[in-house]
Ligand binder design. Structure first.
Ligand SMILES: Nc1nc2c(ncn2[C@@H]2O[C@H](COP(=O)(O)OP(=O)(O)OP(=O)(O)O)[C@@H](O)[C@H]2O)c(=O)[nH]1
Ligand SMILES: [Zn+2]
Length: 218
């Protein structure tokens, strides 16, 4: 877990390494530029993707934690895939930055997340499963997100998230969060219990009474 009394890491040690265009298919308004970094405090290969109109002033920022099962494979056990799609659309329109953080499984890694899924299929919720594995509820530290934003020249942002801890940690790391925009609610029968646990235990701003069109029909 993030420790609020950790001293801030010197942001001047972090700088972009390369910044290259992704060469998106035409028709998507503008290209996306992907940046890598030198000196990130956890040494992992996090990515920043700048989208939409350049120089948007206070950029819209999505701090997205890696979820291979949801982002890439389309798993409906969580809401990560639809959140990523939604963020990419919003960023293309408004102009902003996606920070794609390599924090799979809220920081416990892919294999242990799948261990946790097995425990959840036995009746534990997402946090109880982490605890049964001897792990904290959420191991994510967003120091690297603050470092990446500073290296890109952003110290004031609008944040797209339902997770209050992201704004709290960024603020503690010297980034001004001017506004927080909630993401949409992407509920389905397979992720309802997961989203309920997030709303009740970690106070994610998710309006659970909203039902998907599919659920209304079922
Ligand atoms: N340990 C664990 N990690 C999970 C589980 N389901 C999704 N994740 C991971 O959780 C991370 C996404 O976190 P979420 O809590 O869904 O959302 P958030 O990033 O806190 O908040 P938002 O900004 O609103 O999306 C990704 O790294 C996923 O791999 C699970 O059941 N157990
Ligand atoms: Zn996910």
């Amino acid at each position: 877990m993030h420790n609020p009394i950790d001293p801030p890491v010197d942001p001047c040690t972090v700088r972009t390494r390369v910044r290259v265009p992704l060469r998106l298919p035409t028709g998507l308004m503008a290209d996306a530029w992907v940046s890598t970094f030198h000196g990130l405090s956890d040494g992992a290969e996090h990515l920043a993707v700048e989208l939409g109109p350049p120089d948007p002033g206070t950029p819209l920022v999505r701090v997205h934690s890696e979820c291979l099962t949801g982002d890439v494979l389309g798993s409906a056990r969580c809401d990560c895939g639809p959140q990523l799609d939604e963020a990419l659309t919003a960023l293309r329109e408004a102009g902003g930055v996606l920070l794609y953080l390599r924090q799979e499984g809220r920081g416990i890694g892919l294999y242990r997340k799948l261990d946790a899924y097995r425990l959840q299929d036995g009746g534990l919720d997402t946090y109880e499963a982490n605890q049964a594995l001897g792990l904290g509820d959420d191991l994510r530290d967003y120091t690297v997100a603050a470092q990446m934003l500073r290296a890109l020249g952003h110290t004031c942002v609008d944040l797209l998230t339902n997770n209050p801890d992201k704004a709290r940690q960024l603020t503690a790391r010297g980034i001004t969060v001017r506004r927080t925009h909630p993401t949409g609610v992407h509920i389905n029968p397979h992720n309802r219990a997961y989203l309920t646990a997030k709303a009740e235990k970690t106070l994610h701003t998710i309006r659970l009474h909203e039902r998907t069109e599919k659920e209304k029909i079922a």
